[in-house]
Design a protein around this ligand. Structure first.
Ligand code: PLP
Length: 422
């Protein structure tokens, strides 16, 4: 550490071997917890599923962002995972926040984050939420239709508006363009209306869909956004901010950054401020979920076993329905064997279907997986990269736990000391 910098990223070195260290910390935390739980004597729900979160991983993702997209300011999408330690760390690292509701704005401002570091990134807002944003001076907000402009005129005429435009999100895991984003043909009339209403349009936003397939959709959207800047200029309006939304993931980040960064530079002068709303990218890989095998049934005619976990589609595996995920079941313990990180813990000769705890047949984690052992009641399984759109949408249906425990580890000394400061 140089000691004289205010920038936390400059003053803390990132350990190259952080993720290997992280795996060791996660392994220890998982083991401690499952060893500690005695299903013969624990309280009801004492064996509930739980997360282990490596906060150092969130820190590393931030460093990676800064290295690859230095011009783009991340505004973390709170909806993806509103874990307080994640929010605190990102607040301390100086990111902004994308909030979609009063509660999300409240959460973030409760950490001392200035309203100027929030984008209220929802093009169709409740009037009362717009009033709340006005009271709390959360000025930046998106719109994509005329009604929203009248609403903003009425409740928050000083808002700083970003016109969300439609994108080609056909390659993305989760698509939004059927619901949000102004078609390019309607841009001119929206800009004219905003001008007539004397509203302050500061820029353009878009979202290419969550889990975007690659950089092409970003480049296309950046090009379209630059056309909107030109249209606005021809109406005498000077736009100053481009918001490139979310869509980044751990797997595709460098691919996207390598075309997005140059496209931004090609279409927008340095005077234009560029922000983004990444969610999944920051948190997916940081969280591991452990779940308990609470029941089991043999299906001899199918040479199959049915395993019932205490977490499922109504809980953290809601990502199967809402986020189009196919969670990979890995064996954490079998009897006294602890199997975290072993290569064959998600493959093998035993065919199983895996189910959640609720009464509903839709509550199926997977119809078929192949495990190294015929797991027994009392064994544990785990799911890696489970931090995005999991706990944030878990329900308490059937009275099962909707908010499970999170055990925090930190594989980066920089992140650990930042968290201590908060
Ligand atoms: N911004 C908006 C407006 C969104 O709707 C979403 C996801 O739903 C995000 C950002 C975060 O997207 P991602 O997790 O793909 O980065």
């Amino acid at each position: 550490p140089s000691g004289d910098s205010d920038d936390p990223l400059e003053s803390h070195a990132v350990a190259a071997s952080g993720s290997i260290f992280g795996q060791a910390l996660i392994s220890r935390a998982l083991r401690n917890r499952v060893d500690y739980i005695d299903t013969d004597s624990c309280d009801a729900g004492g064996e509930d599923s739980f997360f282990v979160a490596d906060i150092g991983e969130v820190y590393r993702q931030h460093v990676r962002w800064k290295l690859n997209l230095p011009r783009v300011e991340p505004f973390y999408a709170v909806k993806c995972n509103p874990d307080m330690k994640v929010l605190r760390l990102l607040a301390r690292l100086g990111t902004g926040f994308d909030c979609a509701s009063k509660k999300e704005m409240e959460l973030v401002m409760g950490l001392g984050v200035s309203p100027s570091r929030i984008v209220y990134a929802h093009p169709c807002k409740a009037a009362s939420f717009v009033r709340y944003a006005a009271e709390r001076d959360v000025k930046k907000m998106t719109f994509d239709n005329a009604e929203e402009l009248y609403k903003v005129k009425r409740y928050f005429p000083d808002a700083q508006l970003l016109l969300r435009i439609v994108t080609d999100d056909t390659g993305a895991l989760c698509q939004f363009s059927m619901k949000y984003g102004a078609p390019l043909q309607s841009v001119e009339s929206l800009l004219r209306l905003a001008k007539e209403l004397e509203l302050n349009v500061i820029g353009v936003s878009f979202h290419v869909g969550s889990g975007a397939s690659g950089g092409d959709a970003f480049v296309d959207a950046v090009r379209n956004a630059s056309k909107v800047f030109d249209q606005a200029a021809s109406l005498g309006m000077t736009l100053s901010t481009l918001d490139v939304g979310g869509g980044f993931s751990d797997d595709n980040f460098e691919d996207i950054a390598s075309v997005l960064g140059p496209a931004i530079d090609a279409y927008f002068p340095p005077s234009v401020r560029v922000i983004a709303e990444p969610g999944r990218y920051y948190v997916a890989s940081a969280f591991t979920l452990a779940s308990h095998v609470i029941a089991r049934r043999e299906v001899p005619q199918l040479n199959n076993i049915m395993l019932y976990l205490n977490d499922g589609v109504y809980g953290n595996m809601n990502c199967i329905l809402f986020d189009h995920q196919h969670p990979v079941v890995r064996v954490l313990t079998h009897g006294s064997r602890f199997m975290y990180g072993q290569p064959d813990n998600c493959s093998g000769p035993v065919t199983a279907s895996v189910w959640g705890p609720t009464c509903d047949g839709i509550d199926c984690v997977t119809n078929e997986c192949h495990l190294p052992y015929a797991l027994e009641v009392g064994d544990w399984v785990y799911f890696e990269k489970f931090g995005a759109y999991t706990m944030s949408a878990a329900t308490g249906f059937n009275g099962f736990n909707s908010q499970c425990d999170v055990i925090y580890v930190c594989s980066e000394s920089g992140a650990a000391s930042l968290l201590e400061e908060c």
